[in-house]
Design a protein. Structure first.
Length: 328
């Protein structure tokens, strides 16, 4: 079952952006988290080769690969780079409700941002900071989630730390835009997410236990979110704002699991719907009001769910085939 939010329908009627993105040219971009799932795709969008169907933007990238919680290391890297843009995607992604994760989330997500801001104070220039948040910052409030909505209580340590980082960034006095990507999937994604977990199980012949899946989410292919981030970085009208990134399309989780399982050729008897208990305090409906991003960035074609799942499955198949032992 697919429900499209009214904001999505309205945005399709006006696909042209209201602000023209600035060309990157040979400007310097410092990125924390550039080796990650979304970050690596963003780097492709910012380099000359670009994403499929898009020309590259020609940026000079500096990927930070040290400890984001080490202030001196961050400061030295930023000062050496003298960036025109700073992108912060550094975060240990886990939406588990375990309170023991809070210290780690605060140290890396909140502490890492504070270190970046401290380094920015030492720069002679005034770079733009793109701070990457999460849709989980909204908590359990009525969907679709709008940037102007007051967030509810965060449901995980990850969400709590991200929300605190957003508030710090917006009150820091630097030039900043906060992106809130909604649920993202794609080839060789790690972690406990529904799509990668279901596809891996289907391809390897394992059982896949899930909840009843009656809650809803939106699912965005990783290249679409990466291109959103690249476009947002270059959109002057976005400065000082929170911007939801996503499609605004709502899907029942169980329907997406069934589709992914079927496309991957999984044994239908091994998809165990209801095999896991419902998660406490789970958000019942989670999808974006994308009016602001459509207004700022304009409408462009996005990969359909089925095509995105096919591309994701192909990526996992290729990886699994490389991992199989050579019997010859």
């Amino acid at each position: 079952m697919l429900i499209v939010s009214q904001s999505m329908k309205n945005s399709e009627e006006a696909p042209s952006p209201l602000s023209t993105p600035l060309p990157l040219g040979e400007k310097r971009v410092w990125i924390a988290g550039g080796r990650g799932f979304i970050g690596s795709r963003l780097c492709r969008a910012l380099k000359r080769e670009g994403l499929p169907g898009r020309s590259g933007l020609g940026a000079q990238l500096k990927l930070f690969e040290g400890d984001i919680s080490d202030r001196k290391t961050v400061q030295q890297s930023v000062l050496d780079s003298q960036p025109d843009y700073i992108v912060n995607l550094a975060a240990p992604v886990s939406v588990r409700r375990d309170p023991k994760l809070q210290e780690k989330m605060d140290r890396i997500i909140v502490g890492g941002l504070r270190n970046i801001l401290a380094a920015m104070e030492e720069l002679p220039t005034n770079p733009l900071l793109l701070q990457c948040g999460t849709c989980e910052e909204y908590g359990s409030i009525p969907a679709p989630f709008c940037e102007e909505s007051e967030p509810g209580l965060p449901v995980s340590p990850y969400a709590r730390a991200k929300l605190e980082a957003t508030r710090i960034a917006l009150n820091s006095g630097v030039r900043v835009v906060v992106a809130r990507p909604f649920l993202t999937y794609g080839p060789n994604q790690r972690g406990e997410g529904l799509v990668p977990s279901a596809i891996r199980a289907a391809l390897t012949g394992a059982d896949f236990k899930m909840t009843s899946g009656t809650h809803t989410r939106e699912f965005n292919y990783v290249d679409d979110i990466a291109q959103d981030l690249a476009d947002l970085l270059l959109c002057p009208s976005a400065e000082g704002q929170i911007v939801n990134l996503g499609s605004g399309e709502e899907h029942r989780v169980v329907d997406v699991a069934r589709k992914a399982w079927a496309l991957a050729g999984g044994d239908k008897n091994r998809l165990l719907i209801g095999g896991r208990p419902e998660r406490p305090a789970d958000i019942p409906r989670l999808f974006a009001d994308v009016s602001r991003s459509r207004e700022l960035l304009g409408g462009r074609p996005r990969l359909s769910l089925e095509d995105g799942l096919r591309a994701t499955i192909a990526g996992f198949e290729a990886t699994l085939s490389r991992e199989e032992p050579n019997e010859s």
